[in-house]
Design a protein around this ligand. Structure first.
Ligand SMILES: C[S@@+](CC[C@H](N)C(=O)[O-])C[C@H]1O[C@@H](n2cnc3c(N)ncnc32)[C@H](O)[C@@H]1O
Length: 440
């Protein structure tokens, strides 16, 4: 992914092993127990390597969300501050995961934390949820039949410096000042004007503190800031049920997250064309959530999931779940699965890996562009002169081909280039960063 997605990911969501000591975290091929004197250090080394890569993959405007519980929350927050910078901390969500803690621990925990860091906090300004029309309308009423339409009220004072004159209720002579440390949001002339035309009222009964009337017709704000307290965003039990519905049997995977939780994280943090990565994918909830959200709002979001293959989950659960969901819901999504080899790092140099990766250019181009060369005649890849001769010779006006991905050192002959141009086929040169060495 360093080749295909460096600086291209909008949102990363991860739900790593929590290091609970209950056989959930493997390091150096063995489970780490709580009695292991290095249990936190091992976990931190494991996360450190992965988070550094995660940061490199994020766009400048990208964000990462990390699920965690009490076992490693403190350690993970410090590690993220070191990697992403303390000033890039966006916030921490307290997500209610169950309704009772089964009396575990002294204060039974019923929540997880979801830490959020940005690659650069300068880009973070509107983390929030779209507010539906119905939700907005619910708050506006028109008890006095105001011809300007339904209204609600809002404060007339704010804590930024402003005027603090006395406001008199013309109906009964009561006098009001702004509360301690606050100021009126309008000058005296504007306040008098608004009292006269009924945009400032003295409460609903006419004798309370002055407030502003705000009208539904003038409402433009369509986002509500997301707050950190999340207790209606799906529970662990919902996630278990979702998996059961897909596989028909209970417990194909322990500790999945509910799709609603991930959908809500995505709703508040990225646009409809975002690329989303989860590199502790487990049962594939993140992919499922992306597809659900796309179906709901006609989004074009893409996802990349990675997982290890503990108990064969990758093929049997992660991939299988997504495949079944696409079929069942008739989603217009495509799905491709790659198996990745582990290459021991000790006895090799980085440039040797780079050479090895070049043997997989087809897969790299597919991954980068979200396409499939095998089952799609609209795209083709040409990596050698011979392939160019064979493929372009075979092309004719009935060919489906729309795009050819061309190896960076392949030069088409004038005749070939002309044929491709006449058939309206686009040539995409495979970028030269594929051929550069990986960063050490
Ligand atoms: C808590 S689960 C994630 C669950 C997921 N969010 C879901 O909803 O299904 C953590 C996952 O990380 C995977 N994992 C553990 N070590 C890993 C590693 N080194 N690389 C990739 N995945 C790993 C485990 O197999 C496990 O499925």
């Amino acid at each position: 992914m360093e080749k295909t997605h460096k600086g291209k990911i909008d949102v990363i969501y991860i739900d790593p092993p929590y290091n609970t000591g209950a056989k959930d975290f493997i390091y150096d091929d063995t489970y780490v127990e709580t009695t292991d004197g290095f249990n936190h250090s091992k976990w931190l080394s494991f996360m450190n390597n992965r988070l550094k890569i995660a940061k490199m993959l994020l766009k400048p405007s990208g964000v990462i969300f990390l699920s965690i519980d009490d076992n490693e929350m403190a350690q993970l927050k410090l590690l993220c501050e070191e990697i992403f910078g303390a000033n890039n901390f966006v916030g921490v969500i307290l997500w209610k995961k169950k309704t009772n803690g089964n009396n575990m621990g002294w204060l039974p925990p019923v929540h997880d934390y979801i830490l959020c860091f940005s690659k650069s906090i300068d880009y973070i300004f509107d983390m929030g949820f779209e507010v539906s029309k119905e939700e907005i309308e619910k708050k506006y009423k028109n008890p006095d039949n105001d011809p300007r339409g339904p209204w609600t009220t809002t404060d007339l004072s704010a804590n930024h410096k402003g005027p603090d004159f006395a406001i008199t209720n013309p109906a009964n002579g009561d006098v009001f000042y702004p509360p301690e440390g606050r100021y009126w949001v309008f000058n005296e002339q504007e306040v008098l004007k608004r009292i006269a035309d009924g945009r400032i009222i003295f409460g609903k009964n006419g004798t309370d503190r002055p407030v502003q009337k705000v009208f539904l017709n003038n409402r433009t704000l369509s986002k509500r800031k997301a707050e950190s307290w999340w207790d209606e965003h799906g529970l662990n039990a919902d996630a278990t049920q979702e998996l059961k519905n897909i596989f028909g049997v209970a417990k194909v995977f322990t500790h999945p997250k509910p799709t609603k939780l991930i959908q809500d994280i995505l709703k508040m943090s990225c646009d409809k064309k975002a690329t989303i990565l989860d590199f502790f994918a487990g049962s594939g909830t993140t992919g499922h959530a992306v597809m659900k959200l796309n179906a709901e709002d006609c989004g074009l979001r893409r996802f990349i999931l990675c997982t290890n293959n503990e108990n064969n989950i990758c093929k049997d659960v992660t991939y299988e779940r997504l495949k079944r969901v696409i079929e069942k819901e008739k989603y217009v999504e495509s799905l491709k699965y790659y198996k990745i080899d582990y290459i021991p790092i000790s006895d090799r140099l980085y440039y040797e890996y780079a050479d090895e990766l070049l043997l997989h250019i087809r897969e790299l181009v597919e991954l980068e562009n979200g396409i499939d060369f095998i089952n799609n005649s609209e795209v083709a890849i040409i990596l050698t002169e011979k392939e160019a001769d064979d493929y372009i010779n075979r092309l004719n006006k009935d060919s489906d081909c729309k795009i050819i991905y061309l190896g960076h050192d392949i030069l088409l002959s004038g005749e070939q280039a002309e044929k491709v141009r006449k058939l309206n086929i686009k040539i995409n040169n495979i970028p030269d960063y594929y051929y550069r060495e990986l960063e050490g």
